[in-house]
Design a protein around this ligand. Sequence first.
Ligand code: COA
Ligand code: AMP
Length: 626
Amino acid sequence: MSDYANEFARSIDDPDGFWLDAARGVDWITAPATALDDAAPPIYRWFPDATLNTSVNALDRHVASGRGEQSALIWDSAMTGTVRTYTYAHLLDEVARFAGVLAAQGVGKGDRVVVYMPMIPEAAIAMLACARIGVVHSVVFGGFAAPELATRIDDAEPVAVVTASGGLEPGRVVEYLPLVAAAVEQASATPRTVIVKNRDEVPGSAADQEGWLDWDTEIGSAEPAEPVEVAATDPLYILYTSGTTGKPKGVVRDNGGHAVALTWSMYNVYGISPGEVWWTASDVGWVVGHSYIVYAPLFVGATTVMYEGKPVGTPDAGAFWRVVADHGVSALFTAPTAIRAVRKADPDAAELAKYDVSSLRTLFAAGERLDPDTYEWASKVLGVPVVDHWWQTETGWAIVANLRGLDPMPLKAGSPSVPVPGYDVQILDAEGTPVGAGTEGNIVVKLPLPPATLAGLWRDEERYRSSYLNTFTGYYLTGDSGYIDADGYVFVLGRSDDVINVAGHRLSTGSIEAVVATHPAVAECAVVGIHDDLKGQRPGGYVVLKAGADIDEDTLRAELVARVREEIGAVATFRDVTVVAALPKTRSGKILRKTMRQIVDGEKYTVPSTIEDPAVLEALIDQLGS
Ligand code: COA
Ligand code: AMP
């Protein structure tokens, strides 16, 4: 048997033994005697009798073992032309002092802190500082508008918000402070404190609002905080992600399972060793940023690169290759959209030829399907393995991957390869019956899920059960559909719900519909994820006007686009609006979104027998069909 097959079989046959072995990679305060608590299925917990501190695992233990002077974090901002390097000792000092700032404000174990930050080192410092004192962080992506921030503040009920004066987008400065002020005003929950990291490039400071605190002033006089002991099962963070309704889901991650599985993943999924330079080109606001910009690389004593910029236009399509060359990056992890953007701007890879990227061993991609065309192009121009892997905010780490630290299997274009040890991946039909090789169905994972996967949804166990656990008894529903081929390779074909994926960003069509529906001229609407060559998908809005509504289509489009940008944020990239006479529905009133998407994308479509009025669909095909 291969190393992979051995490890996989052991993880399924003896999960306790497998994960207790993996747990040796973590420094515990009380080491686990038990791996899995399966007393209350379908809810499972990992390492119920253990205690630890996550920031100690990311920082203190590396300083103690002699890595104090090694680079822990390299911040490279293409937006400001700045590079700042933190050694492990320096990062530990900053984290301990910012934890001291929080503690001085009365923030303590179990409290929540919302972090709304651009891609600056202080974002990672704030996260690790929370972890140090047992505070639960909830990072909100900077591309979300004030109402989305307010929704998350209301759900997490933070005692403090940590933010910066703003972010830098190409050609645009994003001022955060008016957004934070509006969100705090809109929210019913009332954070006691807002702490602001001032950036010279962005106007606004803590002084603008009474009671807000300045990061630099506070940290200058702070006492470093000692790490606090937490249970392995205590929450480390809440990360909100899009569900099928407008209300985001607060995915809860624990401390112990997270440290164990993420540490294991750096060696076995990514093949990274202590001291190597690792770069995840994502944003700390997404799960990829949590796991692989901040936590996992630091858990193993690697150097993590944090990049503020884009793959193209900052200043050109050589931006990624410049960072690889400048910092000697061993492995780069990004979204397929970013690779497509680079290819579009530089199809012959002329920019790549300008840099020495010989340090690069592997390119990892996730966040959306890596289409075979992009896979072939990247493999050819880079000459290194291009490794797709599939996962979700909920799981926190890869479900299916080509395990580069075990014995890597052959890569197959279009597939992220095979189930990662710990994940018993199966395909079920709508009735819950397993299907054979090559047949498409619901991708599910037999319970229990491995460590580091979601411990639940924040204060909403009912939604956790109904969203993931109740559809097929004994299985976790991923929400993706796909198939497993005869060699055991998993092919992920797309979401089976109303979640869409735009440039690797997960969005809910329901939340965009909710905003569009508030326009006074709109009677009803449907938003579907239509194919986009660069971003994978983009939201397309189909709108039925109220009888007598007197508005021309261009004005309506401009107003709807502005409304979505204001309510959800620029990241929704809502630009397509089409007025239609009616929406096709089933007799029970369900809008046929999938059929609409297939028509717009020029795919084969099936008309459900339950359709209410076939003439509506025919009219739509005439108007939209390609
Ligand atoms: N703060 C504020 N606004 C943001 C933002 C942030 N952190 N991130 C994106 N936006 C804005 C952009 O400025 C843009 O605004 P605009 O409509 O005024 O131009 C809008 O949101 C859409 O952004 P995006 O979808 O990123 O498109 P883009 O044209 O700016 O860039 C790519 C296209 C492909 C370069 C970019 O999407 C990319 O790098 N994608 C990779 C995504 C990724 O890393 N995903 C993480 C999962 S692994
Ligand atoms: P997020 O929770 O934002 O990470 O988005 C998770 C969703 O993105 C998954 O449910 C998939 O639909 C999609 N996704 C992520 N990675 C991949 C991949 N490698 N292949 C196909 N789809 C992916």
